[in-house]
Design a protein around this ligand. Sequence first.
Ligand SMILES: O=C(O)CCC(=O)C(=O)O
Length: 375
Amino acid sequence: MVLSCGTSTVLSRAVGPSTNRSLAFLASSLSGSAAKIPCISLGPFVQPGAAESVEEKASVAQAVCQAAQEVGMFFVQDTGIDPSVTRRAREVTRAFFALPMEEKESVSIRHCPARMRGYQRIGDNVTQGKRDRHEGFDVYRDFPRQHAEDMETADVGTSLLRGVNQWPSEHAAPDMRLFFEDHYIPAMLQLGDATMRAMALGLGLSEYFFRAYYDRSFWVMRLLHYPPHLGRQVRAPQLYGCGEHTDYGCLTFVNQDPHVTGCLEARLITGEWVHVDPLGEGILAVNVGDMLERWTGGQFRATPHRVHQPDEDRVSVPFFFEPNCDAVIEPFGLSAAAPGGGVGSTRASMSSGHVRESVVYGEHLAKKVASNFSL
Ligand SMILES: O=C(O)CCC(=O)C(=O)O
């Protein structure tokens, strides 16, 4: 069953065999820019007993791949994550940014040799040479220097990425670390796994094809705070909360303030910019990243997106579900990427140079991180 969710298209949790058909983008019949970003129920990939629901999974898999190909961005609902968890993540984020500056500076990114884990002031983050109008707090998978499990990555040019996270003191931010480490991050990792399994099936691969590439996912969680611009009249169009970019890895799950709209935007294949406004608690926007574009030889699209400065205070918690640091991302041959009867055969592979080359994910990331900040 395809339902309407806000102004976007929803594949309902209750998809039945009679609806096992190609999921056309009903969004085209809806009005408004948000109609172009589909909303997909991941239920069959996260519910207990989901293994039996082969037809339901196939429908979801096809919808996810179609969205990844035609838009590069979609929403997910029925994620198995309690809405209190996504809400709490933003509450904890808001409380962190409300701390006195000296507390935030105590975990500054400036204390991290690689300048990648910790707090960033407004303007530290740079996109396309311009300072972004947000403050942030970045947490990566801990990657200590002598971690036996990760030692095989020592020779892939990613030593820059090694290190452990900085957290504010328990006194300043009670339970912040506990909440994220014990609840939020594990939930996001499960969600990433469910979405990647759907993508694999939709590509005509085994459901677990990608797992070996992300079973030690070098994930990143960013806590972001966008202060409001100083009145509508002075909102300078060239100053963004976050300038135009694509994400580096596989999938980004964006947990944005449900009541603040008009900020996150995605650029469609047509070049049109559309709002990616929140649809409700627990419904997350998902970006396809550079590695999935590369893996699929350009069939999936890493969506360019940006964030306008908000009219009111905004927090957002993007979680970047990424490959292992040492994963070699090698573009599929066209036959592997094109599923029988699936969506992969409908768009010619993009043969524009770089997406056809293999890359070690950690090396790709290290290069990007090196140009992200101006401190
Ligand atoms: O603030 C947001 O909603 C998205 C932020 C973003 O695009 C990013 O950090 O890559």
